[in-house]
Design a protein around this ligand. Structure first.
Ligand SMILES: Nc1nc2c(c(=O)[nH]1)N[C@H]1C(S)=C(S)[C@@H](COP(=O)(O)OP(=O)(O)OC[C@H]3O[C@@H](n4cnc5c(N)ncnc54)[C@H](O)[C@@H]3O)O[C@H]1N2
Ligand code: MOO
Length: 467
């Protein structure tokens, strides 16, 4: 089987997909989608000059500076009032928060600073305790944004605050890249549904729900979830019955066994190879031809759950990001700097993608990470994944004498922290405590480019804290 680098495999994926064509959707359906238009204010914010408090609107010049003033109350303006009210000089109008300030009024005195109790009908007159500055408690039309101001830009992800901003400036619909429609496929005759008793040789199908959750967290929707045995005809039938799709993601059935259902079924439109990574070495990608002339991109992951997990972050998330319009192409995952908090083994000649957890901060403030399981990056350690805060990306260690750790040879070792290095078996030593690493944050955000926790290097001393 051919062997590719991580970048070469990602380049194949990039050739399969492009951002989905934009559609106009109701704002209520846009949460999490990527804007395909700039949003320019159609109405000003606020749309009219209004009161920030429940109280009385009046002219500041009608109040004595240091003594109480009594004014007749000539009107009552609740929020939602649409008639235009104007304020004669020397009078006050009772007003509620958000209601339009009457023409002529330039200040609002809150009800607590008057002799009015607040509830019930408006009084005939009100006593204001002291003077008030002009413009107090008045929100001027357009003071937040005027008509035409750009509030959101093409490429922004519509989170709840983005949607509220678009609604506030007059939008009921937006031009967005639609949510990608994905089918997830788990294969293997050993699979049993969640919670069912297991016969000898059977395992629970954990990948289906793993893939569903990861796809949804990445901002796509799962429109079909197929579980099938090792019979290509069964897989072909299940795929043919799928609704409209933008992507198929499979797990399992692609390596060198006698019954590799995914390879056998998709061989015409997909290629299968080894990628120089661990775990997740076997990979495939291409197109699957579906009835009606549909030719849908497919990504084929190996079946081991940890391989599914790391491959999702390494590749599938970038593919979904491209379909969603987050980027024009398939980008590598965003990484942040970290420091190894322990020694661990890493394979020679391959990128190691190892689930890690945060155990504190290095002195410079960057996260200190250790593998989630003492068995390292082996691909069946599914129950350790809930501990993962990130996936560490360990560059390929050159094949050579033991102890020549890839990370360290790159000249990035910080300080000492070598105690315990001998714990890794001779010939497999990879990472040493104190080594600098890049980590892919997981599960924190479906929009990597907007993630707030961007760890900055502040100084060079990143040795782990003493235990
Ligand atoms: N002769 C070789 N054998 C294997 C190679 C190789 O290069 N030559 N590569 C190994 C590596 S590395 C991996 S990874 C696996 C990938 O194999 P498949 O993609 O064909 O995956 P399966 O054999 O179907 O399953 C692997 C493993 O994962 C379990 N699994 C599968 N589906 C699920 C699921 N839905 N939920 C939970 N667990 C699942 C399955 O039972 C297997 O234990 O190939 C190696 N072999
Ligand atoms: O690539 Mo496999 O996932 O190492 O076990």
């Amino acid at each position: 089987m051919a062997s590719l680098s991580v970048d070469q495999h990602r380049a194949l994926l990039a050739d399969l997909v492009a951002p989905l064509a934009p559609q106009v959707l109701p704002v209520a359906d846009c949460r999490g989608l990527v804007l395909a238009q700039n949003v320019e204010a159609r109405v000003p914010v606020p749309p009219f000059t209004n009161s920030a408090m429940d109280g009385f609107a009046l002219r500041a010049s009608d109040l004595a500076r240091a003594a109480p003033t009594r004014l007749p109350v000539v009107g009552d303006v609740p929020a939602g009032a649409t008639e235009q009210v104007s304020l004669p000089p020397g009078s006050a109008v009772r007003i509620m928060t958000g209601a339009p300030v009457p023409a002529g009024a330039d200040t609002v005195v809150k009800v607590e600073l008057t002799d009015h109790g607040g509830l019930g009908p408006a009084p005939e007159a009100v006593t204001i305790e002291a003077g008030a500055p002009a413009r107090a408690n008045v929100r001027l039309q357009g003071e937040v944004v005027g008509v035409g101001a750009t509030v959101l830009r093409r490429g922004n992800v519509l989170d709840p605050v983005g949607i509220s901003a678009a609604v506030s400036v007059g939008y009921g619909e937006l031009l967005v890249h639609p949510r990608p429609r994905v089918a997830v496929v788990a294969t293997g005759s050993e699979l049993r549904p969640p919670g069912q008793p297991l016969g000898h040789g059977q395992i629970p199908d954990s990948n289906s729900l793993l893939m569903r959750g990861l796809v949804e967290e990445a901002g796509a929707q799962v429109v079909a979830s197929i579980v099938c045995g090792d019979d290509p005809a069964e897989l072909r039938r299940a795929l043919a019955a799928c609704p409209e799709l933008d992507l198929v993601v499979t797990a399992g059935g692609i390596s060198a066994g006698a019954f590799e259902v995914v390879r056998q079924t998709l061989a015409g439109g997909a290629v299968f190879h080894h990628v120089a990574q661990q775990p997740g070495g076997p990979q495939g990608c291409g197109h699957v031809a579906l009835p009606g002339g549909r030719n849908v991109p497919v990504i084929c992951l190996p079946g081991n759950p940890v391989s599914v997990y790391v491959s999702f972050y390494a590749y599938v998330r970038g593919v979904i990001g491209c379909l969603r319009g987050e980027a024009r192409t398939v980008l590598p995952p965003r990484t942040v700097a970290a420091v190894a908090g322990a020694d661990w083994a890493a394979p020679a000649g391959k990128v190691q993608l190892i689930p890690v957890r945060l155990v504190g901060s290095a002195p410079s403030g960057v996260p200190l990470v250790v593998p989630v399981h003492e068995l390292g990056s082996r691909s069946h350690l599914v129950t350790a994944l809930p501990l993962a805060d990130a996936i560490a990306v360990v560059p390929p260690r050159p094949a050579g004498p033991a102890g020549e750790a890839g990370v360290r040879r790159a000249g990035e070792l910080e300080g000492a922290g070598l105690a315990g290095a001998a714990a890794a078996p001779r010939g497999q030593r990879g990472v040493s405590a104190g080594d600098r690493l890049e980590i892919i944050p997981v599960g924190w955000s479906a929009q990597p480019a907007q993630h707030p926790a961007d760890y900055e290097e502040k100084d060079s001393d990143d040795r782990p804290h003493p235990a």
